[in-house]
Write a protein that binds this ligand. Structure first.
Ligand code: UTP
Length: 460
């Protein structure tokens, strides 16, 4: 207790009121983290809103395979696709989803993976991903292992939902829990629970490296012969898992860590951008990039730093393992949080400092990292907010528009007009029918009896 009071002397009067058992519980909870780490975290928590002054002297736009390169370098693309496909068919690829976040902005009651996201069937995000994996298994005749990172906040509910839904017909599922970090009030007091104990929170998506190793998942991957992880966040139902083109480019480059990017739409879009600092590829979070750089334009009026992060990565297993040994920086995010205030003896809700590791801090350690631009309309529409940009509403519209576009591209009479969604048909296509335009076209053409009404059409 001496150590706890050394770091938080303001708790002394309250601690003196605790009985033996409560004192013991509080100490045990505090000791989850070594004393030196507490000291460092406390110092960090006292630097509220202090922005690092960044020298942007040698920052440049990093190289990236852009969409138009596909036509120009079609042979390279085809070779990459066939190499990627072989890798996939040999069982060397698994899916890795990070699903431990608190989802504060969306404020959905439960893990985000359980948000009903599709327009007609109201399938959850987890079900959509499960169907994508089953489709890959069917198409390529391979087992798709699926590793899902949960947190103390989402684990039980996630497990229950999978159990209740017969594991969404997936057979090779591995749920594992990430680590924790404490959070702080704005004046540097750690958040507590009523029990009493320290209130710990998930340690950010960057916690995935340590969690995969400490829970034995990396050993499992190695035993199954998995070499590459197709990593994605739980909030994007448009994700293309195990994309063979992307896989092939990643393997040909001998990259440790590759990322799909989308062109940033406006200066204020809340998306991290890739930057070369000297020769080192890094990601600047939207909250951390200096303002004058986020508005910097090229001569032809385009954003200079425009390569937006989709958080769809390919990561080599060996790299994951190596990163678990490294100490990543800790970032502070500001979120409304609830906690027990020991001095007021009541529950409070206030904006607090949440500490997190970010996965992209691994980038500077990665060999030959690769960026690939993808079509946002086809692959990226995350559910982040309760309303407005990147909300459930925009995501449903984006799915509907995508499927309507497929019909239109096949020459079918789907009039999207100018105001796409207003004229689009409310329909749904399961990944089990097709998960991209090329396979959709093939499947549609092969249908013997074709439906002639698109409204409320469901294809599986
Ligand atoms: P976000 O940055 O969107 O955070 O996470 P969030 O916690 O889900 O939502 P907000 O910011 O509170 O509204 C991006 C991805 O990283 C996962 C999330 O589940 C999501 O898939 N994540 C985030 C974790 O797995 N663990 C964490 O500790 C944080």
């Amino acid at each position: 207790m001496r150590e706890l009071l050394q770091i938080f002397p303001e708790l002394r009067t309250w601690v003196q009121t605790l009985d033996l058992e409560q004192t013991h519980r509080l100490r045990q909870s505090f000791e989850k983290i070594p004393f030196q780490e507490w000291q460092a975290l406390k110092i960090l928590s006292q630097q509220v809103f202090k922005k690092k002054s960044l020298s942007a002297k040698r920052w440049t736009q990093p190289p990236c395979f852009m969409l138009q390169d596909r036509q120009i370098q079609s042979t390279l693309w085809q070779q990459a696709e066939s190499r990627g496909m072989q890798h996939l068919r040999h069982g060397k690829v698994a899916a890795l989803t990070v699903a431990g976040g608190l989802g504060t902005r969306l404020s959905f009651p439960g893990p985000k993976g359980l948000v009903p996201v599709t327009p007609l069937k109201r399938k959850t995000l987890f079900q959509v991903f499960a169907e994508k994996l089953r489709a890959i298994e069917r198409l390529h005749g391979v087992r798709m292992h699926w590793f899902i990172m949960t947190s103390s906040d989402t684990h039980e509910a996630t497990q229950e939902a999978f159990q209740k839904n017969h594991w969404y017909d997936t057979q090779y599922l591995h749920l594992f829990q990430q680590g924790v970090l404490p959070a702080f009030t704005m004046d540097g007091m750690c958040l507590l629970t009523h029990e009493p104990g320290v209130n710990y929170y998930p340690d950010g998506h960057g916690g995935v490296f340590k969690a995969l190793v400490s829970t034995g998942c990396v050993d499992k991957m190695s035993a199954y012969g998995i070499e590459t992880l197709s990593y994605f966040q739980v909030d994007n139902p448009l994700v293309c898992i195990g994309d063979c083109n992307f896989l092939g480019l990643h393997l040909n480059r001998m990259s440790d860590f590759s990322t799909k990017v989308v062109t940033k739409t406006s200066t204020d879009e809340k998306v991290g951008v890739f930057v070369n600092k000297g020769d080192v590829l890094q990601l600047m979070e939207y909250s951390e990039i200096p303002g004058y750089l986020s508005v910097k334009k090229t001569k032809d009026g385009q954003l200079y730093f425009k390569l937006g992060n989709t958080a769809m990565h390919l990561i080599q297993r060996s790299f994951l393992e190596a990163m678990a040994e490294k100490k990543l920086p800790i970032h502070t995010t500001y979120k409304a949080m609830q906690y027990w205030h020991p001095l007021l003896q009541s529950h409070c809700s206030a904006s607090c400092q949440k500490l997190e590791y970010f996965i992209f801090d691994a980038l500077p350690f990665a060999k030959n990292p690769l960026l690939l631009e993808v079509d946002r309309k086809e692959e990226f529409s995350p559910v982040k907010n309760g309303h407005g940009q990147d909300s459930l509403d925009t995501c449903v519209k984006d799915q509907i528009n995508r499927w309507n576009r497929w019909f239109a591209n096949c020459g079918l009479n789907v009039d999207l007009g100018d105001k796409a969604i207003n004229n689009a048909h409310r329909l749904e296509i399961s990944p089990l029918f097709a998960d991209d335009y090329v396979s959709f076209k093939k499947m549609w053409n092969a249908l013997v009896v074709k439906p002639n009404c698109f409204e409320n059409l469901y294809l599986e």
